[in-house]
Design a protein around this ligand. Structure first.
Ligand code: ADP
Ligand code: MG
Length: 741
C-alpha cells in the first residue's frame, strides 16, 4: 500500500525519484504531494512572451510558426530550427539533430515548451528546450486531459526533470493513492467547507478549473494554520498543567512602598494590565503573558510592580534585555525608580529593600562573579541582564518571574532556557514595543495571553515627522538641530552602519570583515541592507564619518558631539549613555543601538540618515526615542532614495504615529519571515501559503477548531492522524533549530 512515507522511487521508479531528491529535497510520496505547482497555465491560451526574462527557466504554451532544417557542415545529419510564437512575439528553438523532431514540430501545432530563456543578438531563444506537443487530433487520452485541464507548472528538478515530467510523476503518485488518514476531523471539515486530504492533493495537482485550485489551496492554508494553532494549544495546555507558587504582594511590602512613592498616577491602561498580571501571579499556574504597548507607554513600570510582588513573596525576578545598552539602561532606571528600596542590606537602605544586579557578557570577571553570587544567593531580588543570563552556570536562589523585554529578538528556546532556572516554573512576562497585528500575535505568540497598553501617559508630546529628501534641505536639518540644542535640548542622529575609522586618525582600522559584521545590537537593519543591496553603489552613512562631518559643520560649531555603536567597549558605551542622559552631550551619533528602550526625556530631535534603509516598524521605534518629555519631538527622515515605493513607505511613517497601523503596513510590505524574525523559525517553517494578514478569518477559524480539539483531548489520543502531523512538524522545528545552532 502506498502511504505518505513510502519512498518515491518505489512508486515511480528510481530514475524519476533521483533528480527530485537531489534538486528538490523530495523523497517520499508525501514530499511529492506537498511539492505543489507554483502556478497553472490554461492550455487553450498561449503564454504572453513579452513577459519573458532572460536567464529564467520557463514553461510556456506556444504555437509552432515555421520550421527549417539544414545539413550540418562538419557532421552528418541535419539541424532543425523552429520558431514558436504567442501570436505577437517569437522565440527560436534550435536542435542539433532534426531526428525525431521533424514529425512533431510542424507549423500550426501547439505545445508546451520548457527551457532557459536566452538571447542571441536580437532574438530570444530557448536553449535545449524540452517540449510536448498538445495535439487535439491525437488519440492519446493523456493529451486530451491536458487540453481540458489547467496545466500545473512545477519547479523543475534539474534539466532531466522539467515541469511536465514532475507532473507525470505526480499523476502516477495520485493514481496509486488510496486513502490518507486525514488529520482534520470530519465535523471540522464539514463546518469549514474543507475538502478531504486526498481531494486536496488532486485539486492541487490536477485541477480542471481555477475554482479547483482555490479549493485545494484553501484547505492547504487551513492546514498550515491548524497545525500551528494545535501546537500552540498544546503548549498552552502544557503550561496550564504546570504548577508553581503564587506570587502575591504582602501588606507593608515592596510593591506597596513603591506605589506610595511613584511620582505619577498609573494610567487606566496600566492599572488594568497590572490587575491582569496580579491575577495571573496569584494563580498556581505559571503566567505566560505578552504585554504589548507603544514605545513609552509605560510597560517597564508595570513590569517592575510585578517584579516587586514576586520579591515580596520571597522570590526573584530576572529581566532579560536584548542589548547591553538596554540592559544597562533598565538597570539604571529601575535602580533609580526604586531609590532606597534598591539598597536592601546597605547603610541607609530601606529595611524592606532589595538589591538590583546587572549581569552582562562583557563585565570584568570580578564584577561578574559578584553578580552571579547575588543571583545565586538570592541577595539580588532583581537581576537585569542580556543573554548572558541564559547561560548554564547562572543560577538563581528562587526565580519566580522572568520578564523578557523586546521579545522579537529572542527565540522561544532562549525564553525556555531561562524559565528552566526556577525551582518551580517561573511566571513569564514578555514585553514588546513593536505593535503586533492580531493574527500575528495569535500565530507567533499564540500560546500566551495578551495585554495591550493603548494610551500613552499624560503629558506626552506629539512627534512631528518629516521626510527630507531634497539635498537643498540637508544643511537646514543641521541648523534645526543647532536651534534645538540652543533651546536646551538634545539630538540623536542615527546611521545605518558604523563605518570605518579614518586611517589617518591614528586609530587602527578594523579588518574589513569586522567592519561589515554587525554587532548584536545592530541586527535589525540587516534585512533591509541585504534586500536592497547598494545597487547604485552609494555608500551608506556610517556613524564614524557622520561624526567627522558634523564636527566640521559650521552650523554645529561648539556643540558637544559623541558617538555610540555596538563595537565600542561596554564601559565606553555606558559612559556615553550616562553623559547623554545627564545632558553633557548635545548630539549623539549612533547606530540602531538606541532603537529600543533608551529613555532620555530631554532629547527632542531624531535625525535618521539613509532612512530608506530601515523598515517601517524600526523607524517608528527609533522616533519613539524623542518626544518623551514635555517638549514636542521632531523626527527627520533623511533620504536620497529615488524609488517611489520607498518614498511612499517613508511618507507613511511621517503621516501617522499609530504604531498598529504601521505594523500592518510593514507586514504587508515585508516578507512574512522577516516579520516573524529568526526567533520563530519553527512556526515559520509551517507557513507556506498562509498570509498572516490576508487570511485572518481562516486563522481565527483554525485557532478556534484547534483549541476546541486540544481542550477536549489534550494528548490527541482520539486524533492519531493529527498527533502524527504535529509530531512531524515539531521534528522539523527541532531540526531547524539544531541547524541554526
Ligand atoms: P516603555 O517601556 O513602554 O517604552 P517606560 O515604562 O519606559 O515605557 O515609560 C516611559 C516613561 O514614561 C518613563 O520615563 C516612565 O517613568 C514614564 N511613565 C510611565 N508611566 C507613566 C505614567 N502613568 N504617567 C507618567 N509617566 C509615566
Ligand atoms: Mg521599554
Amino acid at each position: 500500500m502506498v502511504e505518505l512515507s513510502t519512498p518515491l522511487g518505489k512508486v515511480v521508479g528510481q530514475p524519476s525519484a533521483t533528480p527530485l531528491a537531489k534538486y528538490r529535497d523530495v523523497h517520499t510520496v508525501g514530499d511529492l504531494l506537498d511539492f505543489v505547482p507554483r502556478r497553472y497555465l490554461e492550455p487553450g491560451k498561449l503564454t504572453d512572451l513579452s513577459q519573458l526574462v532572460e536567464g529564467e527557466d520557463v514553461t510556456i504554451v506556444a504555437k509552432v510558426d515555421r520550421v527549417t532544417t539544414r545539413p550540418m557542415r562538419q557532421r552528418k545529419g541535419r539541424m532543425l530550427n523552429a520558431v514558436i510564437t504567442d501570436g505577437k512575439r517569437e522565440l527560436d528553438l534550435t536542435f542539433f539533430s532534426a531526428y525525431g523532431h521533424e514529425g512533431r514540430l510542424v507549423p500550426g501545432a501547439s505545445g508546451l515548451f520548457a527551457g532557459t530563456v536566452g538571447r542571441y543578438h536580437q532574438t530570444w531563444q530557448l536553449t535545449h528546450p524540452d517540449y510536448e506537443i498538445l495535439d487535439p487530433e491525437e488519440e492519446d487520452e493523456a493529451v486530451h486531459e491536458y487540453l481540458s485541464h489547467l496545466i500545473p507548472i512545477y519547479l523543475p528538478a534539474g534539466r532531466k526533470m522539467p515541469s511536465w515530467k514532475v507532473r507525470n510523476v505526480a499523476q502516477i503518485v495520485l493514481g496509486s493513492l488510496r486513502e490518507i488518514p486525514d488529520h482534520v476531523p470530519p465535523d471540522v471539515r464539514k463546518r469549514r467547507g474543507l475538502v478531504d486530504l486526498v481531494s486536496m492533493y488532486r485539486l492541487l495537482h490536477e485541477p480542471a478549473t481555477d475554482k479547483d485550485v482555490s479549493r485545494g489551496r484553501y484547505r492547504r492554508k487551513y492546514d498550515e494554520a491548524f497545525t500551528v494553532q494545535t501546537v500552540l494549544a498544546q503548549r498552552r495546555m502544557a503550561a496550564e498543567g504546570l504548577r508553581t507558587r503564587p506570587r502575591l504582594p504582602v501588606p507593608g511590602g515592596l510593591q506597596e512602598a513603591f506605589d506610595a512613592r511613584m511620582p505619577f498616577q498609573l494610567t487606566a491602561g496600566q492599572q488594568e494590565v497590572s490587575a491582569e498580571i496580579a491575577s495571573d501571579l496569584a494563580r498556581e499556574h505559571p503566567m505566560h503573558r505578552l504585554l504589548q504597548g507603544e514605545v513609552g507607554s509605560g510597560k517597564t513600570v508595570v513590569a517592575l510592580r510585578a517584579m516587586l510582588s514576586v520579591i515580596d513573596s520571597g522570590g526573584q525576578a530576572a529581566l532579560l534585555a536584548p542589548t547591553e545598552v538596554l540592559a544597562q539602561q533598565h538597570f539604571r532606571s529601575i535602580t533609580s525608580m526604586l531609590g532606597d528600596l534598591a539598597e536592601g542590606g546597605m547603610l541607609g537602605g530601606s529595611e524592606i529593600g532589595t538589591r538590583v544586579t546587572l549581569l552582562t557578557g562583557s563585565q570584568p570577571a570580578g564584577i561578574r562573579r559578584k553578580a552571579l553570587l547575588d543571583a545565586a544567593s538570592g541577595d539580588a531580588g532583581i537581576v537585569v541582564g542580556t543573554h548572558a543570563l541564559i547561560q548554564e552556570h547562572v543560577q538563581f536562589f528562587d526565580l519566580g518571574l522572568v520578564v523578557v523585554d523586546e521579545q522579537h529578538r529572542f527565540g522561544v528556546e532562549q525564553r525556555d532556557a531561562l524559565r528552566g532556572k526556577g525551582k518551580q516554573p517561573p511566571h513569564t512576562l514578555v514585553m514588546t514595543a513593536t505593535p503586533i497585528p492580531r493574527t500575528v500575535a495569535m500565530t507567533v505568540f499564540g500560546d500566551m495571553e495578551t495585554s495591550t497598553l493603548r494610551e500613552l501617559p499624560q503629558g506626552r508630546s506629539p512627534i512631528a515627522t518629516h521626510v527630507v529628501s531634497n539635498p537643498r534641505w540637508f544643511q537646514r536639518t543641521w541648523e534645526r538641530v543647532a536651534e534645538e540644542v540652543r533651546a536646551g535640548h538634545q539630538t540623536y542622529v542615527v546611521c545605518p552602519r558604523i563605518g570605518e575609522p579614518d586611517p589617518d586618525s591614528g586609530v587602527d582600522p578594523l579588518p574589513r570583515e569586522a567592519a561589515q559584521d554587525w554587532s548584536d545590537e545592530d541586527v535589525d537593519v540587516s534585512f533591509d541592507l541585504e534586500e536592497s543591496a547598494p545597487a547604485a553603489g552609494r555608500e551608506l552613512r556610517g556613524v564614524l564619518e557622520m561624526e567627522a562631518e558634523l564636527r566640521d559643520n559650521p552650523a554645529l560649531a561648539g556643540l558637544r558631539i559623541s558617538i555610540l555603536h555596538g563595537r565600542m567597549a561596554p564601559d565606553d558605551k555606558e559612559d556615553v549613555m550616562q553623559g547623554f542622559a545627564a545632558g553633557s552631550i548635545d548630539v549623539l551619533v549612533a547606530t540602531t543601538v538606541i532603537e529600543v528602550g533608551v529613555d532620555v526625556a530631554n532629547a527632542t530631535v531624531m535625525v535618521i540618515m539613509d532612512a530608506d534603509r530601515f523598515g517601517i516598524s524600526q523607524l517608528h521605534q527609533l522616533r519613539g526615542r524623542v518626544g518623551r518629555g514635555t517638549s514636542p519631538g521632531l523626527c527627520l527622515l533623511v533620504t536620497e532614495t529615488e524609488s517611489e515605493q520607498v518614498r511612499q513607505r517613508l511618507d507613511a511613517v511621517a503621516a501617522t504615529n499609530d504604531g498598529f497601523s504601521l505594523a500592518r503596513l510593514d507586514l504587508e510590505q515585508r516578507r512574512e519571515g522577516d516579520v516573524l524574525g529568526a526567533a520563530q523559525s519553527g512556526v515559520r517553517s509551517q507557513l507556506r501559503l498562509l498570509r498572516l494578514l490576508r487570511d485572518e478569518d481562516l486563522i481565527l477559524d483554525a485557532r478556534e477548531d484547534a483549541f476546541a480539539i486540544v481542550t477536549a483531548d489534550p494528548g490527541l489520543d482520539r486524533h492519531p492522524a493529527l498527533r502524527d502531523v504535529i509530531a512531524s512538524a515539531l521534528d522539523d522545528e527541532q531540526a531547524a533549530y539544531l541547524e541554526r545552532g
